[in-house]
Unconditional design. Structure first.
Length: 318
């Protein structure tokens, strides 16, 4: 009996050599992986630390009178009180709100429409996707804004086209009634970024939903309302938040189009442009810091409002 047991044990040991191998230390190599991860995160940590000092410095300066030359003097809430009585600031808010609430919905509608066209199996999709995406990379650049100023100038391409029909076009960029409209068109033209995201979302909707709806007699419009929009609502929500934040921060377009003045007649005086004028032209850095924090509150309020209302129109799989 002992011999059989010994033989069996011997056969087991030959069959499974790992049985006598000591277990490796658990978690060996993990500290090295952690160090590598922290090393890759180091640039982000450095950037975050470098923004902490300006962040709190701006908050402090918002309550001071500071002109970049003399030391800041504490004035409490005076800068915020001055904002209530500043008609130019009120005009800059009006321009920014009109620009945001007109250009953002239009750009999202155009982006979704183009994405749906490209989602129908167009040949050469990568080429079309790159062509439509390119303006969103260049839309805020100085060169494109200068080109836009030329296109809509008094002797520009748009008025030249209108002239073929015997009509005389206005000075689009020099007329207060049309200057902001040209910048809204420029923003809508740069629909490429949300379009690419919409296209990715459309590709994730199963085709069987549309097939089942078609068998039930649903029209294309009903399919769009009952299938596409609900399943695409998280993507719409994401693009909406991104576009709102970006449009509230508009600066380059108004600065280049008006030569830094916000003209004509303050029709392109965006909030950030007026903030820049106060800080670096009038050297009212304390007032400009207060304006910056007020803009942060505005963006935060609209972002929070979107997140609050999202539960009524954004649908997730769960």
């Amino acid at each position: 009996m002992t011999a059989v047991t010994t033989a069996s044990a011997g056969s087991v040991s030959h069959a499974d050599p790992a049985a006598h191998t000591p277990p490796s230390p658990r978690g060996k190599g993990k500290p090295r992986q952690d160090r590598a991860g922290y090393l890759f995160l180091l640039p982000w940590f450095i950037g975050m630390l470098l923004t902490v000092v300006p962040f709190f410095a701006s908050l402090y300066l918002a309550f001071t009178d500071y002109n970049l030359i003399n030391p800041p003097q504490w004035t409490g809430l005076d800068n915020f009180r001055d904002m209530l009585d500043d008609p130019v600031l009120h005009q800059s808010l009006k321009v920014t709100f009109v620009y945001t609430f007109v250009s953002v919905p239009l750009s999202l509608v155009v982006a979704l429409g183009v994405a749906m066209l490209l989602n129908r199996g167009v040949k050469g999709l990568p080429v079309y996707r790159a062509v439509f995406y390119l303006p969103s990379l260049l839309g805020g650049s100085v060169a494109v804004v200068l080109l836009w100023k030329y296109v809509f100038g008094l002797d520009g391409i748009v008025n030249g086209f209108i002239g073929w029909f015997g009509l005389t076009g206005p000075g689009w960029t020099s007329d207060p009634d049309y200057a902001l409209t040209t910048l809204i068109i420029l923003h809508v033209w740069t629909f490429g970024s949300p379009m690419v995201i919409f296209l990715a979302g459309l590709r994730q909707i199963p085709a069987m939903y549309y097939e089942a709806a078609a068998l039930d007699g649903a029209s294309k419009w009903q399919q769009f309302r009952r299938i596409t929009l609900p399943l695409l609502s998280p993507i719409i929500f994401f693009n909406l938040i991104q576009s709102l934040i970006s449009s509230f921060q508009t600066f380059t377009q108004g600065f280049i189009m008006s030569g830094g003045t916000g003209g004509p007649a303050e029709s392109t005086l965006f909030y950030n442009l007026y903030l820049y004028q106060q800080g670096f032209s009038q050297f009212r850095m304390g007032y400009a810091s207060a304006m910056a924090w007020f803009l942060l509150v505005i963006i935060g309020a609209f972002t929070a409002l979107n997140f609050f209302t999202a539960k009524y129109w954004v649908f997730y799989d769960n």
